[in-house]
Design a protein around this ligand. Structure first.
Ligand SMILES: [Zn+2]
Length: 199
C-alpha cells in the first residue's frame, strides 16, 4: 500500500468562484466549462493559488471540450508577460450531477501530464458545491480526494460575477451538433513550445 504524503490546499474564495462557474454554466447554459489555474509546489505541499483563468471554449453536454489551442495561448501570454507558465498546472472543469473523473477526463489528464504539466492538479465541480480532486505526479495519481466547498449557498453577487466571466468565453453548440465531437489536438501540438501562433 502506498500512503501519499502529498497535501493539497486551495483558498475558499477560489473554491466558491469555481462552484459559481459550475452553477452558472450547468444551470443556465446546460454546459460543462473548464479553466486553468496556478499551482505552487513545495515538496509534498501542493497549493492551488488564486490566479485562475477561464479560456475561450465551446461547451456542450457531452463532456468538456478542452481547447488546447486556447490553453497554448494562455501559456504564450504568460511567457510574454514574464509570468511563469509552468505554474499553470491546475485543470478545472464542471459536471452535472456526480463529481468523478470520466474516461475522457483521464485521457485529458494523461495528455496534459505527458505534455509537461506534471505535477498536475485536476478538480471537477458540480452545482451542489461538491468537488473531486486528483494530484498527478510523474504520471501517477498520488492523491484523490472529495471536498465540499465551504460556506453558505452562493450569493447573487457571486453568481453575477460568474456570469460576467463565463458569458464572453463560452459558446454553446446547439444540441444536434454536439453528439459527434472530435478532438483535434494537432494545432495544440504545433503551438506548444510557444512558437508565435496568433489568431
Ligand atoms: Zn469530466
Amino acid at each position: 500500500m502506498v500512503i501519499s504524503e502529498v497535501s493539497l490546499k486551495a483558498g475558499t474564495e477560489l473554491l466558491r468562484k469555481l462552484w459559481a462557474y459550475a452553477v452558472y454554466a450547468q444551470g443556465t447554459k446546460n454546459s460543462e466549462v473548464s479553466g486553468f489555474g496556478e499551482v505552487d509546489v513545495n515538496g509534498h505541499a501542493v497549493t492551488v493559488n488564486d490566479n485562475f483563468h477561464m479560456i475561450k471554449q465551446q461547451g456542450g453536454v457531452v463532456g468538456t471540450h478542452l481547447d488546447m489551442e486556447a490553453l497554448a495561448h494562455l501559456i504564450h501570454h504568460y511567457t510574454e508577460t514574464s509570468q511563469n507558465p509552468k505554474k499553470l498546472r491546475f485543470w478545472f472543469h464542471t459536471h452535472p450531477g456526480n463529481v468523478y473523473f470520466s474516461w475522457t477526463d483521464d485521457e485529458t489528464i494523461k495528455k496534459l501530464t505527458t505534455w509537461g504539466l506534471d505535477p498536475l492538479v485536476a478538480g471537477v465541480f458540480n452545482e451542489q458545491g461538491e468537488s473531486r480532486w486528483a494530484v498527478v505526479r510523474h504520471g501517477q495519481r498520488v492523491l484523490e480526494v472529495d471536498f465540499k466547498v465551504p460556506g453558505e449557498s452562493l450569493s447573487s453577487e457571486e453568481l453575477e460575477r460568474a456570469k460576467r466571466v463565463i458569458d464572453p468565453i463560452l459558446t454553446v453548440k446547439p444540441i444536434a451538433g454536439r453528439l459527434w465531437r472530435e478532438d483535434d489536438d494537432s494545432s495544440w501540438l504545433k503551438s506548444w513550445g510557444f512558437k508565435s501562433r496568433r489568431r
